[in-house]
Design a protein around this ligand. Structure first.
Ligand SMILES: NC(=O)c1ccc[n+]([C@@H]2O[C@H](COP(=O)([O-])OP(=O)(O)OC[C@H]3O[C@@H](n4cnc5c(N)ncnc54)[C@H](O)[C@@H]3O)[C@@H](O)[C@H]2O)c1
Length: 320
């Protein structure tokens, strides 16, 4: 099969590139390196069945050439950071909405077999009832969440209007190797980098806001189940652990697992505007339809991540 993975040089995209190159599929990784990195995919560059296209999903001429003979699309390219979406809402809307529309349109024109579009739990806003299932109101308070809601609706409209086979995984927070730990990064990577460098983790507000974390290996497995699923699934589908952990507890757990208990403590600073209070997944639908449940608990996942981080840093995990 010929697969296009947009955002393939990013955290999740690079793990998917790796999996499918290994399996012998032809993989085209398209990325404009807004937040992705060449380090994430450099171990794939010598494989004949891997092709890197440096480019932007907003460029429809380029997409037209790339999508022409593609069988499947994994659309992960996005401006993914909530903080950055406050500062650069136009960039966020342009990429996440219009970029997605470009991808959908090309998929429609070239009869792509299936497109798996990455949604996010950030569409829900703070939980009004828990755990959050797919019928929870879409109350995202920030431009990033708004852009993801709009993109989900576009996917749904393309599925209903043109019969496009679109699948919309709504992932809760994902963590693991290759997640950025500098600038706009994942909280687990950022905490781990600081703690292993003997700096205290910075916690916004009281740290009692909760999140639901899933290890990247469980997410790749979820994607693979969606890739192989042979019926249509145009409604969003949650992927999360169903377990919540506060940011403060997370910081303390990483301190403990890094062997720094007693020498480091989280430092609280002012809360961030519009930060969601509570996120916890009901992934019952994924379980029912795909028999997916996460296999890696937070403690085990963090332990492995910290060990990997110690040896390779966050953006290295050579497995091929
Ligand atoms: N990491 C998470 O916890 C999480 C949770 C829910 C949903 N998601 C979604 O999963 C997808 C991947 O996220 P990630 O965590 O791997 O982030 P990431 O930043 O590592 O990956 C996004 C990739 O998209 C690329 N990109 C951005 N704009 C582009 C454009 N216009 N054209 C081409 N490439 C572009 C970036 O350079 C980057 O490589 C995103 O759509 C994100 O919204 C992530």
């Amino acid at each position: 099969m010929k697969l296009l993975i947009t955002g393939g040089a990013g955290f999740i995209g690079s793990s998917l590139c790796e999996k499918y190159v290994k399996e012998g599929h032809t993989v085209i990784c398209m990325d404009n390196f807004l937040s992705g990195s060449l380090t994430n995919i450099k171990h794939l560059l010598d494989f004949q069945n891997f092709k890197l296209v440096k480019g932007d999903i907003r460029n429809s001429d380029l997409l037209d050439r790339v999508v022409k003979d593609v069988d499947f699309i994994f659309n992960l390219a996005a401006q993914i950071h909530v903080d950055r979406s406050y500062v650069e809402p136009k960039l966020t809307f342009d990429i996440n909405i219009m970029g997605t529309q470009n991808v959908l349109e090309m998929a429609r024109l070239y009869d792509v077999k299936k497109i798996i579009h990455a949604s996010s739990s950030e569409v829900y806003g703070s939980a009004m009832n828990v755990p959050i299932d797919e019928n929870h109101p879409l109350n995202a308070p920030h431009p990033y969440g708004a852009s993801k809601i709009a993109a989900d609706r576009l996917c749904y409209a393309y599925a209903k209007t043109y019969g496009l086979n679109v699948v919309i995984p709504r992932m809760f927070n994902v963590y693991g190797p290759r997640q950025k730990s500098v600038g706009y990064g994942g909280v687990i990577s950022i905490f781990t980098r600081r703690i292993l460098s003997n700096f205290p983790p910075i916690v916004y507000g009281d740290g009692l806001q909760t999140r639901d974390y899933t290890h990247i290996d469980d997410v790749v497995r979820a994607y693979d189940l969606l890739f192989k699923y042979n019926k249509k699934l145009p409604e969003p589908i949650n992927f999360g652990s169903g377990k919540e952990i506060s940011i403060l507890d997370l910081a303390n757990l990483i301190i403990e697992l890094s062997g720094k208990k007693g020498s480091l403590k989280p430092v609280n600073v002012s809360p961030r505007i519009g930060e969601v209070d509570r996120l916890i997944a009901n992934a019952g639908k994924a379980n029912e339809i795909l028999e997916w449940t996460p296999k890696i608990g937070i403690k085990e996942g963090l332990n492995t991540f910290i060990q990997q981080y110690k040896y390779f840093g966050s953006e290295e995990r050579i497995t091929l």
